[in-house]
Design a binder for this molecule. Structure first.
Ligand code: CP
Length: 305
C-alpha cells in the first residue's frame, strides 16, 4: 500500500506515467468511467477548499466510484477532540482511499502511519501540496512540451505557500531548471527550502523583490496568494497582501509564450484583465487537476485501466 505525502514519493518515471494516463483519460473518459465501480473515496478536509476537494470528488465519481467525508472539521468528531490517528482508523473501515487536508504540517503523514487505506496529502499547513504539483507539472508540460530547460518565476507568498514548496521539490529533479523567486523580504522561501536548493548545485536560482525585473526572462510565472490564514497578525497581512498585482502592463514585459500559472484561489494578485490573455493558464490547471487526480486514484488503488 502506498500513500502520497510529497511529490518526491513518486519517481520521475511514475510522474511521467501519471501524466500520460491523465492525458489519456482526458481524451477518452468513457474508457475509464467504470474503473472504480464499488470503490469509495473519503475526503477529509479540516481546512477550507474548493478545487482540491471537489476535484477529488469529481475524479472518483467520474471513475464510477463514490465519495464521502467532511468539508469542515467542526462537523466531524475532531470538534470533540478526536485525533487524526483515530479518525483515519475509523475511516479505513468505510473507504478504500482517503484525501486529507489539514492546517497542521505533518497531519496527513500521521494519518498514513495509522491507516489501512492509501492516504493522499491534499495540503498540510504551509508544508506540501503534492496533488497541486501534479496539476502544475501536467499543465507546464502540456503548454511548453517539456519540464526541463526552463526558467520559472515564483511570485508572492513563498514562505507559507505550500504549492510553491512542493513544485520546487518536483522540478529540482529535471535538467536545466532555473528559478527566480520574487517576494517581499518577509515572505521569502523558508530556510529549509533554500537548503534543498543549495543541495542541487546544478540548479540556478536568484531572489528578487521586483516582479517587473523578472518578467522578460521567464518561461513560466507561478503567482501565489498571500496566505492570510497563516499570518500571526492581520496588520502584517494587510500590509503585504497587494504587494504584487499582475496586470496587462506587466504582461507586456513578458515573452509571447511565457505562461502564467496560479494554484488558485486568487484574491488580487492577478488582475481579471489578464484572464483573457492566451498566456493565462490557471483555469487549465483546474481542469488538469481533476484528470491527474483520476490517474492518481487508479495508481494508488492498483487499478490498471
Ligand atoms: N489550489 C487549491 O488547493 O485550491 P483549494 O484551496 O480551493 O483546494
Amino acid at each position: 500500500m502506498r500513500h502520497l505525502m510529497t511529490p518526491l514519493d513518486l519517481t520521475v518515471e511514475e510522474l511521467d506515467s501519471l501524466m500520460a494516463v491523465a492525458e489519456d483519460i482526458k481524451k477518452d473518459p468513457a474508457r475509464y468511467a467504470h474503473t472504480c465501480d464499488g470503490r469509495i473515496l473519503a475526503a477529509l478536509f479540516y481546512e477550507p477548499s474548493t478545487r482540491t476537494r471537489l476535484s477529488f470528488e469529481a475524479a472518483m465519481l467520474r471513475l464510477g466510484g463514490r465519495t464521502m467525508g467532511f468539508a469542515d472539521a467542526t462537523s466531524s468528531s475532531a470538534a470533540k477532540g478526536e485525533s487524526v490517528a483515530d479518525t483515519i482508523r475509523v475511516v479505513s473501515c468505510f473507504a478504500d482511499i482517503a484525501a486529507m487536508r489539514h492546517f497542521k504540517e505533518g497531519a496527513p503523514m500521521v494519518a498514513a502511519q495509522f491507516s489501512k487505506i492509501p492516504v493522499i496529502n491534499a495540503g498540510d499547513g504551509g508544508h506540501q501540496h503534492p496533488t497541486q504539483t501534479l496539476t502544475d507539472l501536467m499543465t507546464i508540460r502540456s503548454c511548453k512540451g517539456r519540464l526541463g530547460n526552463m526558467k520559472i518565476g515564483m511570485c508572492g507568498d513563498l514562505k507559507f505557500g505550500r504549492t510553491v514548496h512542493s513544485l520546487i521539490r518536483a522540478l529540482l529533479r529535471y535538467d536545466g531548471i532555473s528559478f527566480v523567486f520574487i517576494s517581499p523580504n518577509e515572505l521569502k522561501l523558508p530556510d529549509y527550502m533554500i537548503e534543498e536548493l543549495n543541495n542541487h548545485p546544478n540548479v540556478n536560482y536568484k531572489e528578487l523583490t521586483k516582479l517587473e525585473d523578472a518578467m522578460p526572462e521567464l518561461d513560466a510565472l507561478y503567482m501565489t496568494r498571500v496566505q492570510r490564514e497563516r499570518f500571526f497578525n492581520e496588520e502584517d497581512y494587510v500590509r503585504l497582501k497587494d504587494y504584487y498585482i499582475l496586470d496587462s502592463s506587466k504582461m507586456e514585459l513578458a515573452s509571447k509564450d511565457m505562461i502564467v500559472l496560479h494554484p488558485l484561489p486568487r484574491v488580487n494578485e492577478i488582475s481579471v484583465e489578464v484572464d483573457n490573455d492566451p498566456r493565462a493558464k490557471y483555469f487549465d490547471q483546474v481542469n488538469n487537476g481533476m484528470y491527474i487526480r483520476m490517474a492518481l486514484i487508479l495508481m494508488l488503488l492498483g487499478i490498471e485501466a
